[in-house]
Ligand binder design. Structure first.
Ligand SMILES: [Zn+2]
Length: 135
């Protein structure tokens, strides 16, 4: 596949790329799956060849922020007077905090890849060529 920074590119809107990432498909072409397994990403998009993570760690900031949201909700609930008085209250409370966190791991990973993609589109680097979009 001939990839190059000078290749003509169609504009991809912000929400379209976000929607693609959240639905675990390539934010560049929208065709290739991001993941091999549940939470193991391909290195490159199987459809267009887009490199998902240029540098490992590019997507950590999204992880760090999105992991804190359920914890912040739990802190707010406790702040307004909720108390765990028995295991019958504690198990559902902590399950309600942890379950969304675990179940959305691949979607948040896809979202992080989409945000990194938008950043790379916004500030292109000649050392980071984008593959041409499929017609
Ligand atoms: Zn792709």
């Amino acid at each position: 596949m001939d990839a190059g920074a000078a290749a003509p590119q169609r504009s991809i809107d912000f929400w379209g790329a976000i929607r693609r990432g959240w639905s675990k498909t390539c934010p560049h072409c929208g065709r290739g799956s991001i993941f091999i397994k549940w939470n193991k990403p391909h290195r490159n998009c199987p459809a267009c060849g887009y490199l998902f993570e240029r540098d490992y760690g590019d997507v950590w900031w999204v992880w760090i922020i999105s992991d804190r949201i359920p914890i912040a909700i739990g802190i707010v609930v406790v702040y307004f007077g909720f108390r765990v008085t028995s295991w019958k209250v504690g198990v559902p409370f902590f399950t309600a905090l942890v379950l969304p966190l675990v179940l959305t791991i691949p979607r948040r990973f896809g979202l992080a890849i989409a945000l990194a993609y938008l950043s790379r589109r916004r500030w292109p680097d000649s050392n980071d060529p984008m593959p041409p979009l499929p017609v």
